[in-house]
Design a binder for this molecule. Structure first.
Ligand code: ATP
Ligand code: PRP
Ligand code: MG
Length: 222
């Protein structure tokens, strides 16, 4: 790709919502204030108080792709998203300990998951997290038919699309509201800083103080 950015310009990729909201205090700790609100602005490139730093707003699952190809120098993405992407071309220096949740298997209340697994039943599992689900069930030796969804996984067992789902759980409110129960914990999730490997070398001077500020500020939140 053609290098259209000078080495003093930095682009940070964030998704709207919890990642943007929870990254703001870390940016503030690095002296960076985003001067437009992505919830009200239609702009996808947001200015900051630092003319050399801009924030691009992308889908959560697209953050690794923008950073991998150098369209953004760095970004913030969940461990779930990074596992699905594979992490190629990305340096992951800091666990920011934000957007914390867990990846779990859930079924309808009353469905006996443990005995279905024991009996070797072939389970239908709906998920947005195909790679994570595939690895999880393969490691356990459980045969599953995976059904790819892009959201509202909690609905799938309720309408007979799947026996189980693999999804993110935080408070458990969404599961409870839909009469589902967690039956297996797959992994804890938090968001990581990801940095383009070439930018890390070429823009080290600009990036280093920001990475340090993020690291110190995220330690302070634990
Ligand atoms: P999209 O809306 O584009 O489909 P998304 O639903 O993954 O993407 P967000 O809901 O903003 O986007 O989630 C961003 C990240 O925040 C996820 O990748 C995950 O790591 C984390 N996350 C998701 N849901 C929760 C939650 N309920 N509590 C805490 N962290 C969460
Ligand atoms: C996420 C996730 C679960 C829910 C879990 O959805 O996909 O549905 O949070 O959180 P809880 O255990 O606290 O209920 P999100 O809020 O991101 O909505 P979305 O469907 O727009 O992704
Ligand atoms: Mg979500």
């Amino acid at each position: 790709m053609m290098d259209t950015q000078s080495n003093s310009q930095l682009i940070l990729a964030l998704s709207k919502g919890r990642i943007f909201d929870e990254t703001l205090p870390l940016l503030e700790a690095a002296g960076i204030t985003v001067t437009e609100n992505p919830e009200t602005s239609r702009k996808l490139i947001l200015p900051t108080n630092d003319p050399n730093v801009r924030v691009i707003i992308v889908r959560a699952s697209d953050v690794p792709t923008y950073v991998q190809y150098g369209a953004a120098d760095f970004g913030v993405a969940g461990k779930d998203v990074l596992q699905e992407h594979g992490g190629e071309g990305l340096y992951q220096p800091i666990d920011l300990e934000i957007a914390k949740c867990r990846m779990s298997v859930a079924v309808q209340a009353g469905f006996d998951y443990a005995s279905a697994v024991r009996q070797g039943a072939r389970l239908r599992v709906a998920t947005k997290y195909f790679q994570i689900a595939r690895e999880h069930f393969a490691a356990k030796g459980v045969h599953v038919d995976l059904i790819k969804l892009y959201g509202s996984m909690e609905l799938a067992p309720l309408v007979g699309l799947a026996d189980a789902i693999v999804d993110l759980v935080s408070t458990g409110n969404t599961l409870r509201a839909n009469n589902l129960v967690e039956c297996e914990h797959i992994m804890d999730i938090s968001s990581r800083l990801v940095v383009n490997q070439a930018a890390l070398k070429l823009k080290r001077e600009r990036l280093q103080p920001i990475l340090e500020a993020f690291e110190n500020a995220s330690k302070g939140t634990q």
